[in-house]
Design a protein around this ligand. Structure first.
Ligand code: HSE
Length: 309
């Protein structure tokens, strides 16, 4: 048995308005911890703890940590196996990349044990393979920022090309997680298969300005560009009081407020030079309390990708 390595894998926001399956951003909090060590052969998961862990399979063929680690072993032609322990900090079915963090953390931990032979791009693909198996669709907009950090943009899936940039340092993020579970698989089933030219034009305009605003650090323009006329409208019914929560956040100084990934998290951006984000977090939590629902919140910021801790 080898030494344990320990990796932190951050929560991520995906879609971010117009960038369905394209935009992603790593957060500082919350995060999963994945521990891994070499064993003679196979991939074994010997511990899963933390919020929602009772719903996470320990069978390594069904678990995103195990699937991603196995893919790294396969690509590197490793002659050993891996034992994994998972400590969830990100509840499953949250909309902030819970399975993506596990997949990326599993891939990264295996990468460390196999002598760091893969490129970042290959690691993202190993983790995206696990997302495909567990979430019902090949998408890398959570695993890319989880591995690369910052704000990521997937230019193309085939061939796969992704870039990462540093968002503005004053961009703050409130994550509000109402007590409802939304499985990505289900949330993808309600999406339309076709979009109109009008929606396409709207998304390209907003996505272009989002990329520009992230690059030059224009937080007001980031806020105005976080618009989605196709995917969030199709999913709004899955998240109770989503539109009310967004409205509360905007009234309390948020620059944008939108559905995180496939939901149910409500994400709000703010400018740290103008507010500390507490009123926004308290406002959304208060709204859900009034409606008789629990809502957890984090006041955080964009962060780096997976790392050894
Ligand atoms: N882009 C994906 C979706 C992210 O919205 O379905 C899910 O985690």
């Amino acid at each position: 048995m080898g030494e344990w390595v320990k990796v932190s894998a951050p929560a991520t926001i995906s879609n971010i308005g117009p960038g369905f399956d394209i935009f992603g951003m790593a957060l500082q909090e919350p995060f999963d911890i994945i521990e891994a060590r070499k064993i003679d052969s196979g991939v074994r998961i010997t511990g899963v703890s933390g919020p929602g862990s009772d719903t996470i399979p320990c069978d390594s063929k069904l678990n995103s940590v195990g699937i991603a680690a196995e893919e790294v072993l396969r690509r590197t032609e490793a002659d050993f196996g891996i034992e994994l322990r998972i400590k969830k900090g990100i509840r499953p079915c949250s909309g902030i990349g819970s399975s993506g963090a596990s997949a990326a953390g599993g891939a990264y931990a295996a990468h460390l044990l196999t002598g760091e032979k893969l490129t970042e791009r290959e690691l993202v693909l190993c983790a995206a393979h696990a997302e495909d198996v567990t979430s019902g669709g090949f998408h890398a907009d959570n695993v890319a920022p989880c591995i690369m950090g910052g704000f990521t943009m997937i230019r193309s899936y085939e061939p796969f090309e992704v870039v990462s940039i540093e968002p503005p340092k004053d961009l703050g993020v409130v994550v509000a997680m109402p007590d409802v579970l939304v499985a990505t698989k289900e949330s993808r089933r309600v999406l339309p298969h076709n979009v109109s030219v009008k929606d396409l034009v709207f998304h390209v305009g907003n996505a272009s300005c989002m990329a520009y605003a992230m690059t030059v650090g224009d937080i007001d323009l980031i806020g105005r560009s976080a618009q989605d006329s196709v995917f969030e409208p199709a999913r709004t019914h899955l998240v109770p009081y989503l539109k009310e929560a967004e409205k509360v956040a905007m009234g309390l100084g948020a620059k944008a407020s939108f559905l995180g990934g496939s939901g149910p998290c409500v994400i709000s951006f703010f400018n740290k030079r103008e507010t500390d984000g507490k009123a926004i977090a308290d406002g959304i939590v208060g709204l859900y309390k009034e409606k008789g629902m629990r809502c957890d919140s984090w006041i955080t910021a964009w962060g780096k990708g997976c790392r050894k801790v």
